[in-house]
Design a protein around this ligand. Structure first.
Ligand code: GN1
Ligand code: MG
Length: 371
């Protein structure tokens, strides 16, 4: 195990005091999966208890206080529903400071929050369709739980988050500016975006034409944002609610499968390992649709596979945009990391294109069986 850093310990102790946590801080563990925020699992003794401490990235989230308000509303809504269910499911809960806030804003760039820790199973990926089915249920249920939530209460914390058309416009402006002179290194990747622009814009066009509705969505549906019960393997709770905003269920569905039905990691360098696994995809689709069939319209069901392709292209383009503009948005662990991520997403998108008819058929067959 890595030795504990004295500065980190000092910071975490200060944060713990602000949230009036009982006992003494014993140790911490850095959780390295997120690309934006900095997360620690912190262990206290006398009494023994673990907490999740998170420093929110204020470069990405300009309005962290608004995010915490959104999270409060959403978790309360879900908690009230779970209370009425037969079994009381555990809920995500944020601690409060002496002045009653569910965050502590120490100084600029020092925005902290502390939540309960779940003894749970998490996955960074799985080759078992049953695990994907359970993840699909979790995100589908999340969608269902929020289907009667008043979206106007939510603050749009990252406007146009999955507005692929807007993102493409911004991307091509940055290519034009080429402030760091990196464009010449990535001409094939830029060409990939250009040749996929039409298909990537399709979903936004359908929304703008009023063919599909916006709903309250999670917007960051990676499988590592679901905690599973260690004994039963059933989903416990959906976490990472920073981007809960009005959006499209096809984005939630799509983002989940582009991550979890990829046979490789999101930043795999060896592109021969990258492919889209239809059995995993089917697992997720069955879970997600079983929960949402009563809510989603036929038009929305029609857009699920398109959501996967759209998000793979969009995210690859976002990584590429970050590379061109100096790697300021996503955390990178080595030089060129964003470019590796880009290539992986585009390889995945290319494979999805080959399997697109099959992807659509799986969703339709699933919906028909369930509806
Ligand atoms: C970021 O850090 P994380 O894993 O919660 C990003 C998502 C991307 C994801 C890719 C606010 O999420 O949109 O899909 O990385 N979150 C934000 O791994 O931009
Ligand atoms: Mg996130």
């Amino acid at each position: 195990m890595k030795p504990l850093d004295a500065d980190v310990l000092k910071t975490l102790s200060e944060v713990g005091e602000k949230f009036r946590l009982a006992g003494e801080l014993e140790s911490y563990e850095l959780i390295t999966h997120g690309n934006i925020n900095t997360t620690y699992c912190v262990k206290y003794k006398n009494p023994d208890k673990r907490y999740i401490f998170q420093r929110v990235n204020t470069y990405v989230f300009h309005e962290p206080v608004e995010i915490m308000k959104n999270i409060d509303l959403v978790t309360e809504h879900i908690r009230a529903k779970n209370k009425t269910a037969a079994s009381v499911l555990p809920a995500l809960h944020y601690h409060h400071t002496a002045d009653g806030h569910n965050y502590w804003f120490g100084s600029k760039d020092n925005f902290w929050r502390v939540s309960n820790n779940f003894e749970a199973l998490t996955y960074q990926g799985s080759s078992d369709p049953e695990v994907l089915r359970q993840a699909g249920r979790a995100f589908g249920e999340f969608q269902k739980n929020l289907s009667d939530f008043d979206a106007t209460l939510l603050h749009d914390t990252i406007p146009n988050f999955h507005n692929t058309k807007k993102r493409l416009e911004g991307f091509f402006e940055n290519v034009e500016k080429d402030e760091l002179g990196r464009v010449k290194e990535v001409l094939p990747e830029i060409e990939f975006v250009r040749s996929h622009r039409e298909i990537a814009e399709r979903l936004t066009n359908l929304l703008e034409a009023g063919k599909i509705p916006t709903r309250v969505t999670h917007n960051d549906t990676k499988i590592n944002n679901v905690l599973f019960n260690k004994e039963t393997g059933e989903p416990l709770v959906v976490i990472d609610l920073d981007t809960v905003m009005p959006g499209l269920p096809a984005h939630d569905f799509g983002d989940a499968v582009r991550f979890a039905a990829n046979t490789a990691a999101e930043d795999e360098k060896d592109l021969s390992k990258v492919s889209f696994d239809l059995d995993l995809y089917r697992g997720f689709a069955e879970g997600f649709i079983s929960e949402t069939a009563g809510i989603l319209t036929d038009e929305e069901i029609d857009t699920m596979a398109l959501g996967a392709l759209t998000i793979a292209i969009e995210l690859g383009m976002r990584f590429l945009d970050d590379y061109i503009t100096g790697d300021k948005y996503f955390k990178t662990h080595y030089e060129g990391h964003n470019l590796v991520r880009t290539r992986c997403q585009f390889a995945l998108a290319a494979d999805m294109e080959k399997k697109f008819d099959e992807m659509n058929k799986i969703v339709h067959d699933t919906a028909r069986t369930i509806k």
